[in-house]
Unconditional design. Sequence first.
Length: 286
Amino acid sequence: MNQPKPISLYRARLGEGPVYDERNGLLYWLDIEMGRIIVYNENNGKEEYIDLKRRDYISSMCLSETGRLVATLRYGFYWVEADGSATPIAEILERRQDIRFNDGKCDARGRYWAGTMDLNETRAIGALYVLEGSALRPVLHNVTISNGIAWSLDNKTMYYIDSPTKMVKAFRFDLEKGQLGGSWIAVDMRHEEGIPDGMTIDSEGMLWVAVYGGGKVVRYDPSSGEKLEEIKLPVSYTTSVVFGGADMKTLYITTAGREEKEEAGRLFAVELPYKGVPLYRYREKL
Ligand code: BGC
Ligand code: CA
């Protein structure tokens, strides 16, 4: 297996939220704590920044069907323009000082799923929400650090990570209604060093999980919970993953700058013998 290499100039404090646009070869990722979007152009290796005009957290992002950016800021979902201005779509009502939005992703119908987390990372005061058009509703409560989300290729299962549980949970997924049904444990990572963070799925239906504090990304079979591959990085705080590249065989990995290493906080890339599937896009009107 190839080794991941750092490819960004920028070193994030908390690099996260990678999104690949297969229409133009742009890879977007975030520095949650700096309110910055980094745009990496695969075609020429250049990188540009979009800084929020009004300083805020920016924790996850989706592309819309028309190619615009939608993101979760501290308390809600916003359109974000190329000049960094942000317009609210929907916000949560309870603005507690000890929470913020975290990871999120769009489903095959264009709904945007994203959850909140305890800033102290210990209490189950967060929730998972879904945005349908401009209507926001809570889906799960008692979440501590809402993190990676992915759907099975047939959209009958949603995989979900609440990081401190050290498990990937699976829920029966009703794509038509946007509802979760019964759940089970798809992957148990309690014996692993570190905690599961961001996640994506490949064209064989296998999960790729970034292990925060474990310095690696791991490929799991969600039907058996079995570990299939493990790719080590030279940094400890691997936060999220997405597939990109013209052939969808490049795995992009974000990291956090929470250690004294030159590569910490950079975006990494590795060519794999596995293929990803394009992300779904946000639909403004449902
Ligand atoms: C959060 C971080 C957290 C990490 C590990 C990330 O998604 O944004 O604040 O430390 O997960 O749980
Ligand atoms: Ca995350």
